[in-house]
Design a protein around this ligand. Structure first.
Ligand SMILES: [Zn+2]
Length: 214
């Protein structure tokens, strides 16, 4: 794989050999737009580190990849992470006879990474059964939707940026909290009966089976 730094070195070397930008573009297979030679992909920087994304097709994709590659420490991988990232296309121009690196299409974007859904340890088939039926939960609201898995008690909250005041997030996101509503789900099944797809060996299955022993 050719990195941006490799390309940068080749560009500079060819320039020092007296090649024009249009020739360099042809030799290295790079894009050229008027007087600007453009490298493949994007670069990103959140203020701490600059990272190359040679295969990103868009500014937003680069920003999202930046967040996906980082270890952000919060959310335990169970919550959408959003970070402001400056992204740009690396490029070169000739200014006063000198080859100068420039940032093309530089912009600040919110890079986002949604969490993977944690596994369900209560389902026979491993699939959560998220519902809004547990008493006391405000499921189905348009801005902030809370549902609970009826097989393991995992809470799933999703929010939309359309109402920042209510959600306190200026980005769309989702958050999982495993076992958060275990007791509420247990109580629900005590009243409504055991669901077919509940694994009897799971924590919830065993808690319900223990009821029958009394
Ligand atoms: Zn579940």
């Amino acid at each position: 794989m050719t990195t941006h730094d490799d390309t940068s070195r080749h560009v500079r070397k060819l320039f020092e050999q007296g090649k024009k930008l249009s020739d360099i573009a042809e030799i290295l297979g790079l894009e050229i737009d008027d007087d600007t030679l453009i490298d493949a992909g994007w670069r990103g920087d959140d203020g701490n580190a600059e990272v190359a994304f040679p295969y990103a097709d868009s500014a937003q994709e680069a920003a999202n990849e930046y967040v996906a590659d980082g270890a952000w420490g919060d959310g335990n991988g169970l919550s959408t992470v959003a970070v402001d990232v400056i992204v740009w296309r690396p490029a070169w121009r000739i200014v006063d006879g000198e080859l100068v690196a420039v940032r093309l299409d530089e912009q600040k974007l919110l890079g986002k990474q949604a969490p993977d859904e944690p596994p369900c340890d209560g389902a026979r088939d491993g699939e959560h059964d998220f519902q809004g039926a547990v008493h006391g939960l405000r499921g189905g609201a348009s801005v902030h939707v809370t549902t609970v898995c009826m097989l393991c008690g995992c809470r799933r909250e999703s929010w939309s940026a359309c109402n920042v005041v209510e959600t306190q997030h200026d980005f769309d996101g989702v958050r999982y909290t495993p076992r958060h509503d275990f007791d509420a789900v247990l109580e629900y099944h005590r009243v409504n009966g055991i669901p077919d797809n509940l694994d009897p060996e799971s924590a919830l299955g065993q808690a319900l089976a223990a009821d029958d022993d009394h």
